[in-house]
Design a protein around this ligand. Structure first.
Ligand code: MG
Length: 372
């Protein structure tokens, strides 16, 4: 199911105090929203902002939509921005919940296979009282009571219709969905998925961020393809005119193969040959972006995102320099990451060895994966 996320960040955060709205305040050295975005890396993100925050938001590198006067209006603006884009599932998330995990996002999307909507919540475990003038005036039965969180996930067309028809004033999107008769399943939420509301919440969130195990994984890849007859080579997803071709079962994109193997290596998941056996005729002549997309997809399923990668091509010719920026952009596009996280460079081997004799091209790659 093609999915996207709307992050609602147009509020002014009046309970937090301070000049800067809470979603733009700094948390562990970064704006709150920069943390929030991490769990959604690789997905289409629509960030709904207040018009005054446009300058702040531009640096985040996601699609911006200006919100309305109320939360409902802001969500509807986000939904309309996705209309007609082929998105089938949408997650609607409050920007002030920066600690949402990728695992929770995955559980919500999975639940949409069988429900119109899915939302995270935790059962109420504390006793609940009513209070009056500082004294307990009664108790409330906590059975069947839940603490609702976001993101709340929905099939796209029904939630767009529900929001379009709703008169406004809903507390959250589940309320809007239910008003339209949609079924919403409760998915187990996370204690750490805090909503930053009061100043003390920042200290709690920073403590949780510090306590999270830093899980960084490094992989390397190496590949060689021999030259053959031909008039071009594919290198890092770019077709480069050359007096020879590269011999291989697929398109022989030696740079992309090394990078793909580096990602598999970081995951301890073998190499391209394990996932796409050369004995299987369906991969003959295959475009190598299929392999790279699979590797980065597998990383994201495991909760990792690409920290950065570095690819080195070793050849005398063709000259890589004129194509390096296009290669960087193409690899970044395939993996759904900023180009600043992707390096493509080249060296010759001073005419020594098989690359020096122009018998083929070698490539080395390193990839770092970081737990989101
Ligand atoms: Mg290869």
């Amino acid at each position: 199911m093609q999915s996207a996320v709307i992050i609602v960040a147009a509020g002014r955060g009046s309970r937090m105090g301070g000049e800067v709205p809470k979603q733009w305040q700094m948390l562990a050295g970064k704006p709150v929203l920069a943390h929030t975005l991490r769990a959604f890396a690789g997905m289409r993100v629509v960030l709904v902002i207040h018009p005054d925050d446009r300058d702040r938001a531009t640096g985040l590198g996601v699609e911006l939509v200006e919100g309305g006067a109320t939360r409902d209006a802001s969500v509807l603006a986000g939904l309309r921005a996705l209309e007609g884009s082929g998105v089938e599932a949408v997650l609607i998330h409050d920007g002030a919940r920066p600690l949402v995990s990728r695992a929770l996002v995955g559980r919500l999307v999975d639940a949409l296979a069988t429900h119109d909507g899915a939302a995270p919540a935790l059962p109420v475990t504390d006793a609940l009282w009513r209070g009056d003038a500082g004294k307990v005036s009664g108790t409330v039965d906590r059975a069947n009571l839940w603490r609702a969180q976001t993101p709340q996930a929905f099939r796209f067309a029904p939630i767009l219709a529900a929001h379009s028809a709703h008169p406004g004033g809903a507390l959250d999107d589940v309320e809007v969905a239910r008003a339209a008769g949609l079924d919403v399943v409760i998915v187990e939420g996370e204690e750490t998925n805090l909503k930053l509301t009061y100043p003390g919440d920042f200290a709690r969130a920073e403590a949780i961020l510090k306590g999270r195990d830093m899980d960084v994984r490094l992989g390397n890849g190496y590949d060689v393809h021999a030259f053959c007859e031909g008039d071009h080579v594919w290198l890092c997803g770019v077709k480069v005119p050359h007096g020879k071709g590269l011999l291989g079962h697929s398109d022989a994109d030696v740079g992309m193969h090394a990078l793909t193997d580096a990602i598999y290596g970081a995951l301890a998941e073998g190499d391209i040959g394990r996932h796409f056996p050369p004995s299987d005729p369906q991969w003959k002549g295959a475009a190598s972006h299929i392999f790279l997309s699979h590797a980065i997809g597998l990383a994201r399923c495991r909760g990792y995102d690409l920290g950065n990668c570095d690819v080195t091509l070793v050849c005398e010719r063709p000259k890589i320099g004129p194509h390096a920026l296009a290669m960087q952009a193409e690899l970044a596009r395939i993996m759904g990451v900023d180009a600043g996280r992707v390096s493509v460079k080249a060296t010759t081997s001073e005419r020594l060895g098989f690359t020096g004799r122009e018998e083929g091209i070698a490539s080395l790659a390193t990839a770092v994966l970081v737990k989101a």
